[in-house]
Design a protein around this ligand. Sequence first.
Ligand code: NAG
Ligand code: NAG
Ligand code: NAG
Length: 472
Amino acid sequence: MLKITLIIFLVGVTLNNAVVSTEKIEVSLLESLENQETVDVVITFKQSTKPVLERVERMRFENRGHKITFLKSQLEQLAKESQQGVISILRGNFSSTSFQSFWINNKLFVKNASLELVQLIGNNQDVSEIERELIIKVDGVQDKTIPVKTNPKELGWGVLKIEADQAWNLVGGTNGEGVVVASIGTGVRHTHEALRDNYRSTYGWYDPYARTRNPLDVNGHGTNTMGVLTGANGVGVAPGAQWISCRGCDEVDKSISCSLAALTSCGEWILCPTLWNGQQPDCSMAPNIVSISWNRGGRGNNFYKGVVDAWKAANIIPIFPIGDGGMACDTAQSPGDYEGVIGVGSTTAWNSLSPSSSRGPTSDGRIKPDTVAPGNNVQTICKDSDTAYCSARGTGMAVPHVAGTVAILLARDPELTYDQVLSLLQNNADRELEDEAVCGGTNSTTDWPNNIYGYGSINARRALTALIVGDL
Ligand SMILES: *[C@@H]1O[C@H](CO)[C@@H](O)[C@H](O)[C@H]1NC(C)=O
Ligand SMILES: *[C@@H]1O[C@H](CO)[C@@H](O)[C@H](O)[C@H]1NC(C)=O
Ligand SMILES: *[C@@H]1O[C@H](CO)[C@@H](O)[C@H](O)[C@H]1NC(C)=O
């Protein structure tokens, strides 16, 4: 019944507009417009950012700030040229419709688009696809915090397991000092005693939802993860690193909800940070590492690929959870399943894979996760007060262990590339892991890498030792 109505409806539209084509429009978007007046949409253009990224990545600059400034100007120009036709439609007869133009991936987001508008945009020669805007829902249950009593001076089991403390104390060792890490999540309680001293308050916070001036955490998850990354008092892997954050996620009906528009705004802000109000971009303030703890983008879904590709051109290292959709094979989630991001699975204190941790292979047959790290009963801080400690779990908690380890490596050598960092992590991983499982033809006890543990569990001491002795 629904299908029949839809067809008649579309035929009607075709009669009113002589040259209508619907082939660029996602089917589910058309179905939504059958049931509701308007939908929030994302427009992709035929002009890809790839040639720009490849060209700029090869060019030499005096410093990274200059490189990113140039990259941004080239991407802005591409977006301006390819999007101008659609923008003039939006400014013309649809001037009440709000839209946001992004240069990082050459996409245009339109709020409350009607069927008529979607059809008109579909006719533009530069448009290749129109889809509904994705909203990432992060399941709060997976990363629930459980208050526990902890002595703040004691080291968390995850910090001990990956031997981060031993990396700090090596001759030539580091604790992340001089490195800037960023997160994109629910925000961070920046006044917490374990995080207040290493918050980089200059160009340190962006909130696309509410344009707040100072960091805040609407949920608690973002504070949990940043604690493990750079927290003092024994909870953090790289307590010497500075942190900044962008609020890509909101809390709706008690669960975490991240709109693709906000996540993309954060993607641009990471590449070239601005003040809290979006003004005065200064690309020299870009972080070295992005630690992300949301996933659930489906499998093989490229919605964030343009963003991570741009980061890569600027040598900003992206680390994502592989997802909490285990125990079956073929459950690795986007963006953790992308090539060019470090996708992280979660382990328990007993060297097993956490039951919820997703497994590979990817939908196109690549091995994932890339590595695993502690993600169960992880001691960290929480947002309830400036002195609150608690524990949390999920692959989202495994991620900051890896991001902190990368900070330790970059503090020793800031020139390391993504590929060098990945091989240091992988070549020095621990392989004394318990589960025997087979996914995508790889056996977790005999094949390395495999689709259960990747290359194994990260070890900060061994990775840093290899770097110090020049074993790259
Ligand atoms: C705007 O609407 C008018 C009247 O319906 C039409 O003649 C005109 O072509 C439209 N302009 C655009 C840019 O769609
Ligand atoms: C846009 O759509 C949302 C629901 O999708 C609705 O709540 C809102 O009122 C709409 N805004 C306008 C300006 O039409
Ligand atoms: C995986 O490898 C182990 C060790 O060789 C072997 O005992 C086990 O049978 C293998 N599992 C499968 C399902 O092939």
